[in-house]
Design a binder for this molecule. Structure first.
Ligand SMILES: Cc1cc2nc3c(=O)[nH]c(=O)nc-3n(C[C@H](O)[C@H](O)[C@H](O)COP(=O)(O)OP(=O)(O)OC[C@H]3O[C@@H](n4cnc5c(N)ncnc54)[C@H](O)[C@@H]3O)c2cc1C
Length: 495
């Protein structure tokens, strides 16, 4: 049944390119579209593009290939990728990163992102997890998102619609022609008709129980709930590797990145007996790829040799200070958390745990899961592009910038071939509108918290780090029942 909601305000916009999400990838997609002389509209769920997305609280490193050293080449990087990803990577799409990163580094510096060490005027390059060579630029990236947002806001051809959650793509004859969502504060229906659409809505979090407690204290940005993937999939787009999950070791009680920085400078991972365990699981020990670190730590915990700890007590004060500066730029609350708990990592071991699983972020170095894209960031659906953690090849923030710029450029090239945006299909819109607002009209039903808790319980029980065929079949059965109940959800307000 289609309900009418005559009191809801309807806002209809037209644009060359609609960008779903206002995070890292979206900033560069919008910049590229504007440079090509087209209009772009960013729809962002969070309060402001100056702080939304994974880099909202800052970052401390960028993967880069700069051709400055013999190992600093496309061939070396792509060759290593095949091993690191155990062959599971499309090298043609991965090559987009290598081709574009130098330009992005130059653009970031021009905008005022302090990528160089002020003391030397050079990049401070270090080895990332699983890497033989120092391909990562370490920098003070605490302010990177406001800097990018300023650059985007300064362009008159970019419209920014914040506090608005896009929920559905509009499709005409297998061609994507826009999207529909609603403003989470005042409830207006937002319709954006576009010549091309870019999904830049990040990865997927909150479908596994959050290890550190509160549902929003996730490792990655809590608003990235996979909506972009769902809307694209329902429109007919192809997804890949959705069985992969991302995990990391985190300080117990605080699901945040940061401690791998200590590992890079020589910190040890030890079990409750004080035994350094990672060499049992990978020849690189603590410098192994992240998935091995997770696996080794899980094996120790399962074998009853936990709790596991990060031991920094042998590091120099300079090394500890260096990582703390990195954390300050990336997740400053972690330092406050450690202080409040009275933990001084230079004097005592820091207990670690495995974070909740999430998806979309890199699986090893490069390949993740999400929308399948080609080297133009195009999906299999005409008019639909994807980039960043929403795409199946991403390379973290550096990749989000590169593929965002590429998606913006190619989406615009496609949009320029079309004379007009399509008109609104009233029938299609009425059905979407009804499904968006129905929970408000339902006096009885499940709350979104109840549905989320059930989802997290099913995923933790049957689809965690260790899976079995029977467990996965049971998960499918339970998820089908959950889907039926989710259709009976009620809502007390728009947010
Ligand atoms: C704390 C932290 C530190 C990190 N540090 C580094 C680092 O130092 N170096 C590095 O390379 N990488 C780092 N990463 C990873 C990196 O930040 C991400 O890989 C990258 O930012 C992904 O960019 P994105 O644009 O795909 O997603 P995001 O930047 O997360 O943006 C997605 C946006 O989409 C919006 N959105 C989602 N759904 C909807 C919807 N339905 N409607 C409208 N909007 C929607 C979200 O609100 C969000 O703003 C870090 C990540 C975290 C969490």
């Amino acid at each position: 049944m289609v309900h009418e909601f005559p009191d809801c305000r309807e806002m209809v916009y037209e644009t060359d390119v609609l960008i779903v999400g206002g995070g890292s990838a979206a900033m560069f997609a919008a910049i590229a579209a504007a440079e090509e002389g087209c209009t772009a509209t960013i729809v962002e769920k969070g309060a402001s593009i100056s702080s939304s997305g994974n880099i909202g609280s800052g970052i401390d490193h960028l993967q880069a290939i700069l051709n400055e050293e013999p190992w600093d080449t496309a061939e070396e990087f792509l060759g290593n990728l095949v091993n690191a990803n155990e062959g599971l990577i499309d090298l043609e799409v991965a090559a987009v990163f290598v081709d574009g990163i130098k330009d992005i580094v130059a653009r970031l510096e021009k905008m005022g992102v302090p990528l160089r060490d002020p003391a030397t005027g050079k990049y401070r390059r270090v080895a990332g997890l699983g890497s033989k060579h120092p391909t990562v630029i370490n920098f003070a990236g605490g302010e990177i998102k406001p800097i990018l947002a300023r650059a985007v806001r300064s362009s008159p051809s970019v419209k920014i619609i914040e506090e608005t959650m896009l929920l559905s793509l509009l499709v005409n004859d297998k061609r994507v022609i826009g999207g529909v969502g609603f403003n989470i504060k005042e409830g207006s229906l937002v319709v954006v008709m576009a010549k091309a659409v870019i999904i830049a809505s990040g990865g997927v979090v909150r479908h596994f129980p959050v290890t550190s407690g509160p549902p929003f204290r996730t490792h990655h940005y809590p608003y990235n709930t996979g909506d972009g993937l769902v809307m694209a999939y329902l429109a007919g787009a192809e997804l890949a590797n959705m069985e992969f999950a991302y995990c990391s070791v985190v300080p117990k009680g605080f699901s945040a990145p940061g401690i791998t920085g200590f590992v890079g400078l020589g910190a040890k991972l030890i079990n409750s007996a004080g035994e350094q365990y990672m060499h049992k699981y990978h020849p690189l020990g603590e410098n192994a790829p992240r998935n091995y670190i997770v696996w080794g730590t899980w094996k120790e915990l399962e074998a009853g040799r936990g709790p596991c700890y990060l031991d920094c007590t042998h590091l120099t004060p300079e090394a500890i200070r260096h990582v703390e500066v990195g954390i300050q730029n990336e997740k400053p609350l972690l330092l406050e958390y450690l202080k409040a708990k009275g933990i001084d990592v230079s004097k005592q071991w820091l207990e670690i745990e495995l974070q909740e699983l999430d998806q979309g972020v890199t699986f090893a170095v490069g390949a993740g899961n999400g929308l399948v894209i080609d080297a133009d960031c195009a999906t299999n659906l005409e008019g639909l592009y994807a980039c960043g953690d929403a795409a199946y090849i991403s390379f973290a923030a550096a990749g989000a910038f590169v593929y965002g710029f590429k998606a913006g450029t190619t989406a615009v090239r496609y949009a320029k071939k079309l004379a007009n945006v399509e008109p609104v299909d009233r029938e299609q819109l009425a059905a979407i509108k009804s499904s968006i607002y129905q929970p408000l009209a339902r006096p009885d039903g499940y709350t979104h918290q109840e549905i989320q808790e059930r989802l997290q319980a099913i995923m933790a029980r049957h689809a965690g780090l260790v899976r079995t065929a029977e467990g996965l079949k049971e998960a499918v059965r339970l998820l089908k029942a959950l889907k039926a109940d989710a259709e009976k959800m009620k809502a007390a307000n728009y947010h």
